[in-house]
Write a new protein. Structure first.
Length: 124
């Protein structure tokens, strides 16, 4: 299964911390991780393999939105920073809208991501 990972700058450390709790299962199970560029670099540095797309402001959110529209993803984890502004906010809105259009699970904070990923990983 394919899972997409995105974190705004203020949430990248939270993303790495969150994934570290599932490191063994994410590496050893049949999971392919995709991430926007800078988020992916942080994840890679933590020792978890991930396929990196473009950076968010350069189209990475849009690439993940396209994967959602093509029903390629089992889940999107998007740790948004609600206290910061983002020049590519339209892309962020598009991604979240398409998750709703295609009924793809979307977790926007660690508490919801934990509930969802435990359920998903239990299936494989
Ligand atoms: O901007 C982002 C999400 O909207 C994340 O992009 P980066 O992972 O490239 O920082």
């Amino acid at each position: 299964m394919k899972i997409a990972l995105i974190a705004h700058d203020g949430k990248k450390a939270d993303m790495v911390h969150f994934l570290s709790g599932f490191r063994k299962r994410l590496i050893s199970t049949d999971v392919e991780l995709y991430a926007t560029g800078t988020t992916g670099s942080h994840i890679e540095k933590s020792g978890i393999p991930v396929k990196k797309l473009l950076s968010g402001p350069l189209g990475g959110d849009a690439q993940i939105a396209a994967m959602v529209a093509q029903k390629e993803l089992s889940m999107v984890i998007f740790f948004r920073d609600p206290l910061d502004k983002h020049p590519h906010e339209p892309d962020v809105q598009m991604l979240m809208r398409l998750c709703d259009v295609h009924n793809i699970p979307l977790a926007t904070n660690p508490a919801s991501a934990e509930l969802m990923i435990k359920q998903l990983i239990a299936k494989i």
